[in-house]
Design a protein around this ligand. Structure first.
Ligand code: SF4
Ligand code: SF4
Length: 281
């Protein structure tokens, strides 16, 4: 049986918040019985865009992580609401029943992703519904996906076996797999948010010029080669997708007719090593 999945490409999200706004436009002052009642004007972010800055000036980048309800297959919210106040449909979508869930604020704390919001006026927990009312009207995607100008959001209505293949071939990941909730929301290029880089510039001591084409080798400790890179025409290099707080590394730089340069450092978060000068052999 086909089920709904959402794929979010972190490298394409630029924090325009169109997804958030289209969600607000769809749900503010609009009830969609039996699936949802209106979202309040303020406070709720059913699509919540998180932000992370990495590195130090001038080697800095920023990534944005849109977080909706993950429509988990092993959803703690469904388990905690024992009376069907939160339920999972056969097509994968998780919904909060607006009648059965009334007054049940404790449902909020069951979600490890913080994807459930409390409506004070209606005394109701609420969250993303995957725009199920639109899908049942023949729409092929929720409002947020339609509104995203960069194609960062993509919906897939496929069988689980096919989703598994897509996940493997495209290197998709779930956010916070340690929660073990089996999300149906997958991320591409998640390393831009969850992992770190080491970057720097290489210059020649005697001429003060950029060392274009220098070979950069990153080793774990003194031995194991983790990654290789080459400096660009500004002498810059960047090695990304490294684990934060992963201990000691050595960086080796080689350039014809100049002495090999080695630097050792402990990797906590993303690191700009600054300008590294090479002296003549
Ligand atoms: S993300 Fe949270 S609210 Fe959504 S299904 Fe998973 S546990 Fe439930
Ligand atoms: S609409 Fe697309 S690009 Fe804009 S914040 Fe949402 S996911 Fe990111």
């Amino acid at each position: 049986m086909k089920k709904w999945n959402l794929v979010i490409d972190i490298s394409k999200c630029h924090d325009c918040n169109n997804c958030f706004l289209s969600c607000k436009d769809e749900y503010f002052e609009n009830d969609f019985p039996p699936y949802s009642v209106a979202q309040p004007r303020h406070g709720h972010r059913w699509m919540n865009i998180m932000r992370k800055e990495r590195g130090q000036y001038p080697k800095v980048d920023v990534a944005y992580l849109p977080i909706p309800c993950m429509h988990c297959d092993d959803a703690p919210c469904v388990k905690s609401a024992k009376d069907g106040a939160v339920y999972k449909r056969k097509d994968g979508i998780v919904l909060i029943d607006p009648e059965k869930a009334k007054g049940k604020k404790d449902i909020l704390s069951s979600c490890p992703y913080g994807a459930i919001w409390w409506n004070d006026e209606k005394t109701l927990p609420q969250k993303c519904t995957f725009c199920v009312h639109l899908l049942e009207d023949g729409w092929k995607q929720p409002r947020c996906v339609q509104a995203c100008p960069t194609g960062a959001l993509q919906v897939l209505f496929v069988e689980d076996a096919q989703m598994k293949k897509i996940r493997e071939s495209e290197g998709l990941e779930v956010y916070k797999p340690e929660y073990k909730t089996k999300p149906r929301v997958y991320y591409k290029n998640l390393y831009r948010y969850t992992r770190c880089f080491v970057a720097g510039s290489v210059a020649l001591q005697d001429t003060d010029e950029c060392a274009q084409g220098a070979s950069v080798t990153l080793k774990k400790g003194q031995r194991k080669v983790i990654a290789k890179a080459e400096t660009n025409n500004y002498g810059d290099f960047k090695i990304d997708n490294l684990e934060e707080n992963s201990g000691s590394y050595t960086l080796e730089i080689r350039y014809p007719e100049y002495k090999k340069q080695s630097l050792s450092f402990n990797l906590g978060k993303s690191l700009n090593l600054g300008t590294i000068f090479l002296s003549r052999a």
